[in-house]
Design a protein around this ligand. Structure first.
Ligand code: PBG
Length: 324
């Protein structure tokens, strides 16, 4: 192998044109999914204190935000609902006139082409804040499946283009697939939060979605951050149950998981650049300690380089405007 001075790595780094020719990873707006929080009992948009620039939207103001997202060229949104009432079984999650069901209809009226994805999980809708139903102090797996499938079906009936279960119950992808197929929705894809870790990086989200567990934590259903083989098993099971897209979440402390999943299977792979990852960058940038745009582009490029095809990120509108 030739080496210096025959080889000079700097030759192809001399101009932006040369650098772009040899660039291996590209970040485009069509790889971005933007999460949106829609709150039932708001009259004005409310900024989430730990997530500067990210709002909870009332239905009435949603149209304008959707127009902005479409104008920026963002292809997809992922919806989270904050209902005005919660109960033990998360009834508002699958109510025909629930906040998400109404939001989907509004969005589809304004922007029929925008891909509307919905998060399917009970934690924002249950009084105890857990992702399934509780008996004897523990989250019941099999009983929760029926409610999750009902929730997914009601989103699709309202017009959702894709459902994304994030609850981490065993068997939920299969349960949702069966119900959708039985009801004539065999064409609706499922994006499974397959490798979802029990992470401290969800902290700001729980304020945003009002979904902090009222007792205990989520370690009996979300994954242990120390495990990667287990992530591959979760991926295999979700594929077997009919997932169309698999996900790793969070992204930054799990880039090795993204890489291994990419090498392990042939499905499209999503990574969720979660709330805590967003807030840390925002906080440091507000102090003037880092250059926000540069860091965001570097982080998202890193997630793509690790192997993600698409990224769910609160930075989507900023990135879309920087890329214009
Ligand atoms: C619901 C859900 C959570 C997130 C997405 N869906 C929170 C949790 O599991 O506690 C986190 C998203 C983020 O932090 O940006 N289960």
């Amino acid at each position: 192998m030739s080496t210096f001075p025959i080889v000079r790595m700097r030759r192809t780094r001399q101009s932006e044109q040369l650098r772009s020719l040899v660039r291996e990873t590209h970040l485009n707006v069509d790889q971005l999914i933007y999460p949106l929080f829609i709150a039932e009992d708001l009259s004005e948009p409310r900024e989430i204190s730990a997530m500067p620039g990210i709002m909870q939207w009332p239905l009435e103001a949603l149209g304008r935000e959707i127009e902005r997202i479409v104008a920026l060229g963002i292809p997809a949104v992922l919806l989270f609902g904050i209902p005005s009432t919660k109960d033990e079984v998360g009834s508002q999650a699958y109510a025909e006139q629930g906040i998400i069901q109404r939001a989907i209809q509004r969005i589809k009226a304004v922007a029929p082409q925008l891909v509307v994805m919905t998060d399917v999980c009970l934690c924002e809708y249950t009084s105890h804040g857990h992702c399934g139903v509780i008996h004897h102090g523990t989250v019941q797996n099999d009983e929760s499946l029926e409610l999750l499938a009902r929730m997914a079906l009601s989103h699709v009936e309202a017009g959702a283009d894709l459902v994304a279960p994030s609850d981490m119950m065993d068997g939920r992808v299969g349960a949702i697939r069966r119900v959708l197929d039985e009801r004539g929705f065999s064409a609706i894809p499922i994006m499974a939060y397959s490798a979802k870790y029990a992470s401290g990086f969800y902290g700001p989200f729980r304020e945003a979605a009002g979904s902090a567990p009222q007792f205990g934590d989520r370690r009996s259903y979300q994954m242990d951050p120390a495990n990667v083989r287990e992530a591959l098993r979760e991926i295999d099971l979700d594929i077997a149950e009919g997932a169309d897209i698999v996900m790793v979440k969070p992204a930054l402390a799990y880039l090795d998981v993204i890489r291994q999943v990419r090498d392990h299977c042939h499905l499209p792979l999503a990574a969720y650049n979660v709330s805590g990852e967003f807030s840390m960058i925002k906080a440091a940038a507000q102090h003037g300690w880092i250059d926000e745009q540069r860091i965001v582009m570097e982080v998202l490029t890193g997630i793509r380089r690790a192997g993600a095809d698409m990224i769910i990120t609160y930075f989507a509108p900023d990135v879309a405007s920087w890329l214009k």
